[in-house]
Ligand binder design. Structure first.
Ligand code: OXD
Ligand code: MN
Length: 622
């Protein structure tokens, strides 16, 4: 076996001299003897290493180098058409006891799963290089950060990990000789038989497993090279495993963006917001306020994940554990998100977008009129009338956060930023109002726990069905979701001044299918009300489900009158819709019966009573 990146004579068969962590060396050696790669490469995270791997990916056909004048240092990858999204039905939480994974997670006994996986990993890296990728989630050295080491046989994963995490020698050094790390084992599951030519996107068509062992804090992922299945720092470590760490260590690992809002007077607040996948989190995190908001500034700390814990002053503080953005490309444009478009100007990896004749990228929604000719995400010729999408709906960009023009100056503060408000938002055509503030922390936890959303293309499966997605964490909670609700209730009790909790719905529609709210930058109008509520600067109206803004407390300047007229419909509560909604809450509660917090049962009753005794259609007073 050939071992690369060894600066001096090696004293150990499987690791370079600078690796002083005995447990890590042992684990790497064990994995190598199971998976039998041709080579081992310890990643140092340098630019030279990144460039060399990108060159090799180009030579091997995985990457296409984009036009350097239009999109410098950027690449396009086209995945296998069967490996385009997270595979939730292949994702497991293998806790020792089934009941600790809860009814919303797939489960298998750890021993049984290890036996299955060991069979699959046996010899799975033959003919390939095994990369050892040390990485830090969160700024290196922050007490809120955690270290992982991913072993992978995919160079695409290595270069993506360098963008998405603080990867390489610095993370390894932070581990020292006995630091704690999460072992993250990954293989595309396609050994290269001798003399066989590799394919551009190796993966395993028959066996995919994304597996978490919460007690051991270990991750094993087999068979997929895509996104959340393969970049194990993200959903697997920073959400599923971190949520169990948070439960045990009194903090929260959440599927939330973090943004800063600065008023013209220079007052700064931070908000953390949870939305299910592909509901515009990146757009909201990079929002540009409309002209009516002169002097207001929105800044970005993170677009997907927040790690949150009480600071010494009893206020919640949050970090973004990631180092880059892995965003959904379709729908991103200079109209919807100019900051994202500017972030994407260089040093990007695009996956499953379309290629323009001049070597740049395109996706649905990027421009109003599509180019007359493209090469689609599967490498086929494409024209606007061909009846196919040019980019896959879950096509992605991978880009360093540091390139974002709206990046918050505090984004790498090792102490995190103080959180004033939590926002929870689903994609709902009906029922849920544009904005409502919970009556209390407990009530906010109830609203977040019962969130529903129409499904999107971020995961394999049906698109457009409403499913309960508590806290937008349904696919990401590493333990029993009812215990997670209880953890949130408990955290609130420990805070002197817990953040206020709001629910938003940018996606409500008229009965004939038109959006009631313009969304995007105009969401600033809602955000300003949120901030002013947190500062005690604006009143609210009591509705059956929470506090709401009257139209007069919203800034309307610069919006067409029709939007203001639609506001009352966007805020309306229809009793029949809510009765249906409460039945769906009940359905969720029955699934979680034995561990459901008592508060929820009582809160539901109270909601039902207020809605039942209220009018058939509850509207904001004029
Ligand atoms: C993501 C997701 O990739 O939520 O962020 O699916
Ligand atoms: Mn996400």
């Amino acid at each position: 076996m050939h071992i690369e990146n060894i600066p001096g004579p090696s004293t150990d068969a499987d690791s370079p001299n600078h690796v002083r962590h005995a447990q890590l060396k042992r684990w790497v050696a064990e994995v190598a003897s199971l998976t039998r790669p041709d080579r081992i490469h310890w990643c140092d995270g340098s630019k030279a290493e990144y460039d060399a791997l990108c060159d090799a990916l180009v030579a091997g056909g995985t990457f296409l180098r984009l036009n350097a004048a239009k999109r410098p240092a950027s690449f396009l990858a086209r995945s296998d058409p069967g490996d385009v999204a997270r595979v939730e039905d292949r994702t497991y939480i293998c806790s020792a006891r089934r009941e600790d994974a809860g009814p919303t997670n797939n489960w298998m006994a750890p021993d049984q799963m290890k036996a299955t996986l060991t069979g699959l990993f046996d010899g799975c890296m033959r003919g390939r290089t095994m990369y050892v990728v040390p990485f830090s989630m969160g700024p290196i050295g922050s007490p809120l950060s955690r270290i992982g080491v991913q072993i992978t046989d995919s160079a695409y994963v290595v270069v993506s990990m360098r963008i998405m995490t603080r990867m390489g020698r610095a993370a390894l050094d932070a581990l020292g000789t006995d630091g704690e790390f999460v072992p993250c084992l990954h293989s595309v599951g396609m050994p290269l038989e001798t003399g066989k030519k590799d394919v551009s996107w190796p993966c395993n068509p028959d066996h995919k497993y994304i597996v978490h062992f919460p007690e051991e804090r270990a991750i094993w992922s087999f068979g997929s090279g895509y996104g959340g299945n393969a970049l194990l720092g993200k959903k697997c470590l920073a959400l599923r495993i971190a949520s169990t760490m948070g439960r045990d260590q009194d903090w929260l690992a959440e599927h939330m963006l973090i943004l800063g809002v600065e008023s013209p007077e220079g007052e700064k607040s931070y908000v953390a917001a949870a939305f299910p996948s592909a509901c515009g989190k990146t757009n909201f995190a990079m929002l540009i306020p409309p002209p009516a908001f002169a002097g207001w500034k929105v800044t970005t700390v993170g677009d997907d994940i927040a790690w949150i814990r009480p600071g010494p002053d009893g206020q919640l503080r949050a970090i973004n554990p990631e180092y880059g953005f892995f965003g959904v490309a379709p729908g991103t444009s200079y109209q919807s998100n100019p900051n994202a478009m500017d972030t994407l100007r260089a040093n990007c990896i695009f996956t499953n977008v379309a290629l323009t004749p001049d070597g740049d990228v395109w996706w649905e929604g990027m421009t109003e009129t599509p180019p007359p000719k493209l090469i689609d995400w599967q490498g086929q010729e494409w024209t606007p009338d061909c009846g196919r999408k040019a980019a896959h709906p879950n096509a992605r960009f991978t880009v360093p956060a540091s390139q974002c023009p709206s990046l918050d100056p505090e984004w790498e503060n090792p102490a995190g930023v103080p959180i004033s408000a939590f926002l929870f938002g689903g994609r709902r055509s009906t029922t849920m109002p544009l904005i409502v503030e919970s009556f209390s922390w407990t009530d906010g936890v109830y609203l977040a726990a019962t969130m529903g959303s129409e499904t999107t293309a971020a995961a394999v499966g049906k698109v457009g069905e409403v499913r309960r997605d508590p806290f937008a964490m349904l696919p990401f909670c590493g333990y029993h979701i009812a215990d997670y609700f209880d953890h949130w209730l408990t955290m609130g009790r420990k805070l002197a001044n817990p953040p206020r909790v709001f629910c938003v719905n940018w996606f409500r529609k008229t009965s004939d299918g038109r959006f009631l709210w313009p969304g995007y930058g105009e969401n600033m109008r809602v955000l300003k009300w949120v901030i002013e509520r947190c500062r005690g600067k604006t009143p609210a109206v009591e509705s059956p489900i929470g506090w709401m803004p009257s139209a007069s407390t919203i800034e309307w300047d610069g919006l067409p009158e029709a939007v203001q007229e639609a506001f009352s419909d966007a805020m309306m509560l229809h009793r029949d819709e809510w009765v249906r909604e409460l039945l769906l809450h009940e359905e969720l509660f029955i699934r979680l019966y034995d561990r459901l917090p008592k508060e929820f049962v009582l809160r539901r009753e109270l909601l039902l009573a207020s809605l039942w005794r209220g009018p058939e259609r509850w509207a904001l007073p004029n």
